[in-house]
Write a protein that binds this ligand. Structure first.
Ligand SMILES: Nc1ncnc2c1ncn2[C@@H]1O[C@H](COP(=O)(O)OP(=O)(O)O)[C@@H](O)[C@H]1O
Ligand SMILES: [Mg+2]
Length: 389
């Protein structure tokens, strides 16, 4: 009988999320290929095959599917039509291209959630600056204007503070070239996220709730468990479970949510892939988001998602003023801290604000993990060999 472990896995994208998926796949001996435009991408040194091509390159995605038994992806901004073709040719793609197509577009994603009764902030489609003014009448200011396609780390969002900024926002996000939407500004108490994984057989595993703190709209820190009531925790986990059922997602999804003043939750967005806010699960949980993703797409039983110890994840971004070949400094400081794990993605070039690595601290209490996380963060800098040092 053919071993399930002989399944050849193809991943579209070879960044840090792909790398961490492959690290888990390799523990179980899977053969893995990636498609990524950068020859020296984060995952390149771990793979059996690397197709060097763009993430939207139809022919390259078909080629990847031909050398693999299943296809998955680490990023949602890819050629979904090519994935439909792969599926029609009889090769499984997880999560399904149908779910990816809906989720890729923030408007269709929110509309689907709304139709299924999942709480989301109020939103409207935008195709002109006048639509923004009309939304302002309804929602009041400020409002969050968003590009429906391709946004990440806040790039693709514009805070419209007053009617006077309607045209500026429309032009800034390229309203004439791509679809936009606008949301009522949510006066949230904290942001949280919940990872959930669904197997090919429909079994669902939901992770503990994490609190996400952003700096300049980029994730800076995740703290787990999130400081929320039991009721909020239960409803956040229920929402994550519903999302998996609505999209029939196979693999790991992340559901970002706002906690409102009345302690209810509202979904901000969904990622149909492992997520930065789930990195804590590598050291913090019995089974990491990456391990469960590989189990799910390979058709294996899912692992336990329980938190082993309170955990804090801090992102390492490229230090401003140091663009060039990466020169990470301070590993000694980080690793001298009890419970600290250092992840450096191995990207050759660092740039200001680029995600270059992360640190996870596990400790007996969350307070201890937060303090040590700050110490570790302060002791590490992603500089460059050509920097101003
Ligand atoms: N409607 C909103 N109200 C208030 N803050 C928002 C709203 N939408 C987004 N944000 C803030 O902007 C951040 C990034 O927005 P998000 O839609 O998640 O974009 P991205 O795809 O770049 O992650 C969110 O994590 C949140 O802090
Ligand atoms: Mg987001």
């Amino acid at each position: 009988m053919k071993s399930v472990l002989s399944t050849k896995i193809g991943i579209v994208g070879g960044g840090q999320l792909g790398k961490m998926m492959i690290q888990e796949a390799k523990k179980m001996g899977f053969w893995v290929a990636i498609l990524d435009p950068e020859p020296l991408c984060a995952a390149h040194s771990l793979v059996d095959e690397h197709i060097v091509a763009g993430l939207k390159d139809r022919d390259a995605i078909i080629k990847l599917s031909e050398i693999c038994d299943i296809v998955t992806y680490e990023i949602e901004h890819i050629n979904v039509d090519a994935l439909f073709e792969v599926e029609r040719a009889g090769k499984p793609v997880y999560p399904s291209p149908a779910s990816l197509k809906v989720i890729q577009n923030k408007y269709t994603q929110k509309q689907t959630l709304l139709d299924k009764g999942v709480p989301v902030p109020e939103f409207l489609p935008v195709s002109s600056a006048d639509d923004i003014l009309a939304a302002g009448e309804k929602f009041g200011y400020p409002m969050m204007l968003k590009a429906c396609l391709g946004g990440y780390d806040g790039r693709g969002n514009f805070l419209v503070k007053s009617a006077a900024q309607a045209k500026e926002g429309f032009d800034a996000l390229g309203g004439a070239t791509g679809p936009l939407m606008i949301e009522k500004f949510v006066d949230f108490t904290i942001e949280i996220s919940v990872l959930a994984c669904r197997g090919r057989d429909g079994q669902i595993a939901v992770y503990p709730v994490g609190q996400n703190n952003h700096k300049n709209e980029v994730l800076d820190e995740t703290r787990v468990p999130a400081p929320i009531s039991e009721k909020t925790r239960a409803s956040a986990m229920d929402v994550a479970r519903s999302v998996m059922e609505i999209f029939e997602g196979v693999g790991i999804f992340c559901v970002e949510m706002f906690v409102l003043k009345d302690e209810t939750v509202s979904v901000n967005e969904i990622a149909p892939r492992p997520h930065n806010s789930g990195h804590y699960s590598i050291e913090g949980c019995v089974t990491s988001q990456f391990a469960n993703h590989i189990r799910a797409v390979a058709g294996l039983p899912l692992g336990e998602t329980r938190l082993v110890k309170p955990a804090v994840m801090r992102n390492i971004l490229g230090e401003p003023g140091y663009d060039g070949p990466a020169n990470p400094q301070g590993a000694e400081n980080v690793l001298a801290i009890p419970g600290a794990a250092l992840h450096v993605y191995g990207k050759h070039e660092t740039r200001a604000k680029r995600k270059m690595g992360h640190i996870t601290i596990v400790a007996d209490t969350l307070e201890e993990a937060v303090t040590r996380g700050q110490q570790a963060f302060d002791g590490f800098k992603m500089l460059s060999t050509t920097g101003s040092d």
